[in-house]
Design a protein around this ligand. Structure first.
Ligand code: FEO
Ligand code: CA
Ligand code: CA
Ligand code: CA
Length: 744
């Protein structure tokens, strides 16, 4: 979600903004920058080499030469994009590059069993536990051979594991799901709440190509839904921990549901990972709960994770009845036990993880991998798996001023684990034991991974007393505050370059960046080197401030090692409108064929090496709907250092990747009205791509639900898919008309 206006009744859905730790940065970054200058003055060249390594010197100098990127490309990696760029568009349809075709394969409400009724799409449908969920988001491909076995080479039959992040709503109600738009007042009716909990979670859907036509397989035995109420195991250090004990799981080993599933990942052993993002908004915490808890340290943790007492829930699910499935949304101390086994005071500690699923085994439970930390997770991108070396998993925490993390496995990768009999046991081997780090970006183009453990917490940090190492993982935002991690401009997805192994992070935007932060504001931050922009952009008659359009940062690990504790970085691309000032805003000199805002989804094609960039924007939507672009990036350090002169008192050095050309960055697709483009899965041959169109028409008013002419989008019914005119989130399949690879 990326609402341009933060309406108060929607506050629970907005990205959370509770990082009031005082590791802001302006001073530190400025100091660091000055001391680097000092160093450079003292010993020009050598200091730059030492500090800066490949950033300043590899392939250097140049923004404008045509030297190829100094990586060894895939045999099939493209050096030039083969399609004609698509113009910006505000049409209510999927516009894509000439020579390509897109069709809908799986939408909200589609039946996933043979006996589930066809979707009427008029608000009367039920049985959502056996239907496509809402707000399709991250997605991964898991191939199937002709005889239905897992296959890493299949190109015409496979499973899509798909996140169903959320739902289009207004004043609590998911109004397109209910006949009359539903109930905005409390209590919420049970029938409405049961639909709404069921359309959240994850789906596994079989898709198959017959002739040249792709379709989902309604009666596949692989089809599966996990909802906000499905039983899920806790794995890793928080399993059985005191902070996970609830009335539902008195030994702290299980919980119900996975929520607000946003980005995804795929493990080297063939399982699916899903990130739980804005889960806190689904819980209520009544006024008076601080006192009920004796103002203990749980209050500090709850506030840091977005739930101050008095916080209302997004949907009011807790009001649908007295049954336990509704009561669990009240995250409060209501019982008399000392350990929380008679209420749901600890319920939120069961959300906020990377969750693993074996997509090939519909009956297996998902497992929350708590070693990877608890926050507003997006994607989980692995380092390139190398036999005998540890695996890293890179992750972002998507809220304003939050952090970038990596997990490093204790176990070294064994190629024999690539196709295991038991994927979840292999997941436990690599993901339940390891170190968790948070990123600190320095002003000289270097950075550090700071390990989060009890030993790292400074004695001066008194905001929260960590009980043990598991408490550090469960409350890793607080641990990251304590070690002075760098506050970022809303980290969304990350993705690993298939040959260089460099890691790219989308930083979608940050309305809290200011050249001159308001005095006393604990949330506004001055720009720093890794988050160097703060400006004013106009949209119609309004203006928006901060890092309005976002950027894509990339990291190169020291010695290319997943376990490295230092790295170099630069910024691959800055989002901007093409006509913006190239001195402070359009720093990547984007043209009208390339300009974009609010990068979010990010994925590399293993076949073509293309970096696919997807947007979830509210800033540039006066000029275009959200989009997907194709990029062929170089490497960290292939561009220039630039000093941004924000004001007479503030200039910031940053490092900008080599400017894209008309051959290396182009808009490939623009979505229908009021959607976000997200999720990307490609067949191994690179010839079939699936992406998701999330929440078309989301700015429709609930009061207009009976009048299709007032919907801001009627996609995909206007593209010939399905009954009714209510807009639906959906997966589309894209192929090239000449049968070639996507983007070639
Ligand atoms: Fe669900 Fe941060 O996007
Ligand atoms: Ca977003
Ligand atoms: Ca603008
Ligand atoms: Ca996202």
């Amino acid at each position: 979600m990326n609402k341009p206006v933060d309406l108060s009744h929607l506050a629970a859905r907005a990205e959370e903004d509770s990082n009031t730790s005082d590791n802001p940065h302006f001073a530190t970054v400025l100091d660091a920058r000055l001391s680097r200058r000092g160093l450079l003055r003292g010993s020009v060249g050598t200091a730059a080499t030492a500090l800066f390594g490949s950033v300043a010197l590899a392939g250097c100098g140049g923004g404008d030469d045509d030297t190829p990127a100094p990586t060894t490309p895939n045999a099939g990696a493209l050096s030039k994009l083969g399609f004609t760029a698509v113009p910006k568009s505000m049409e209510d349809k999927v516009t894509l590059a000439a020579g390509y075709t897109a069709t809908v394969v799986y939408a909200l409400g589609d039946p996933l069993t043979a006996s589930t009724a066809a979707y009427k799409n008029d608000g009367t449908d039920t049985d959502f536990g056996n239907r496509g969920g809402d707000h399709h988001d991250g997605m991964e491909w898991f191939g199937l051979s002709a005889d239905g076995q897992p296959s890493t080479s299949a190109n015409d039959r496979g499973l899509l594991a798909i996140n169903h992040e959320a739902t289009t709503d207004e004043t609590r109600s998911s109004f397109f799901l209910h006949a009359n738009g539903g109930t905005a007042t409390l209590p919420r009716p049970t029938s409405e709440v049961d639909k709404e909990t069921a359309i959240h979670g994850v789906a596994v859907v079989e898709v198959k190509k017959t002739g040249s036509t792709w379709a989902y397989v309604q009666n596949s035995t692989f089809n599966r839904r996990v909802t906000a109420l499905s039983e899920v195991d806790i794995g890793g250090p928080a399993k059985g921990h005191a902070l996970l004990k609830t009335k539902y799981s008195i030994d702290g080993t299980r919980t119900r549901g996975t929520l607000n599933n946003c980005g995804t990942g795929q493990t080297p052993w063939g399982s699916f990972l899903t990130g739980e993002e804005n889960w806190f908004g689904y819980f209520t915490r009544p006024a008076g709960d601080d006192l009920a808890r004796g103002n203990d340290k749980s209050v500090v943790a709850l506030k840091r994770y977005g739930r101050a007492e008095g916080a209302a829930s997004r949907h009011g699910w807790e009001t649908a009845g007295t049954a336990d499935i509704y009561a669990r949304w009240i995250n409060a101390k209501t019982g008399t036990s000392t350990d929380g086994t008679d209420d749901y005071r600890n319920e939120m500690n069961g959300m906020g993880y990377i969750v693993e699923m074996d997509p090939y085994r519909p009956s297996s439970r998902m497992v929350k991998r708590t070693a990877l930390g608890r926050f507003a997770h997006e994607s989980a991108a692995f380092s390139l798996a190398k036999a005998g070396e540890k695996l890293a998993v890179y992750m972002g925490d998507d809220s304003r001023n939050e952090y970038i993390y990596k997990f490093v496995s204790d176990a070294a990768w064994s190629a024999a684990d690539a196709n295991p009999v038991d994927r979840l046991a292999t997941g436990a081997k690599y993901l339940d034991n390891g170190k968790l780090y948070v990123a600190k970006f320095a002003a000289d183009g270097t950075g550090q991974w700071v390990e989060l453990n009890l030993a790292a917490i400074p004695a001066t940090y008194t905001a929260y007393a960590f009980a043990d190492e598991a408490d550090i993982r469960i409350n890793c935002r607080l641990a990251a505050d304590a070690v002075g991690a760098t506050k970022m401009d809303r980290p969304e997805w990350c993705a690993t370059h298939p040959t260089s192994g460099e890691i790219y992070f989308t930083l979608t935007n940050n309305s809290n960046r200011r050249v001159s932060p308001t005095a006393g504001s604990s949330s506004q931050l001055a720009p720093d080197s890794a988050n160097p922009r703060a400006y004013t952009d106009t949209k119609g008659t309004s203006s928006q401030q901060g890092n309005v359009n976002g950027h894509i940062l990339r990291v190169k690990e020291a010695a290319g090692s997943a376990a490295a504790t230092t790295f170099t970085w630069d910024i691959y691309l800055f989002g901007a409108q093409a006509d913006a000032d190239t001195g402070l805003v359009n720093l990547s000199s984007l043209t009208a064929d390339q300009d974009f805002s609010s990068p979010d989804g990010l994925k590399f094609s293993p076949s073509t090496g293309i970096c696919w960039i997807q947007t979830d924007d509210g800033a540039y939507t006066d000029a275009t709907n959200c989009m997907m672009l194709a990029g062929i990036p170089g490497t960290v350090g292939d561009g220039v250092k630039k000093t941004l002169a924000h004001s007479s008192a503030l200039s910031i050095d940053t490092f900008i990747g080599k400017a894209p050309t008309a051959d290396t960055l182009k808009r490939f697709l623009v979505g229908p009205k009021d959607c976000e483009i997200t999720g990307l899965a490609e067949t191994p041959d690179g010839k079939t791509m699936f992406i998701n169109i999330q929440h078309p028409g989301e700015n429709t008013k609930m009061a207009d639900v009976a009048d299709p002419t007032k919907y801001t989008s009627q996609w995909p019914s206007n593209a010939g898919y399905g009954a009714g005119k209510r807009p639906r989130s959906a997966t589309i399949v894209i192929t090239k008309n000449d049968g070639g690879r996507i983007g070639s």
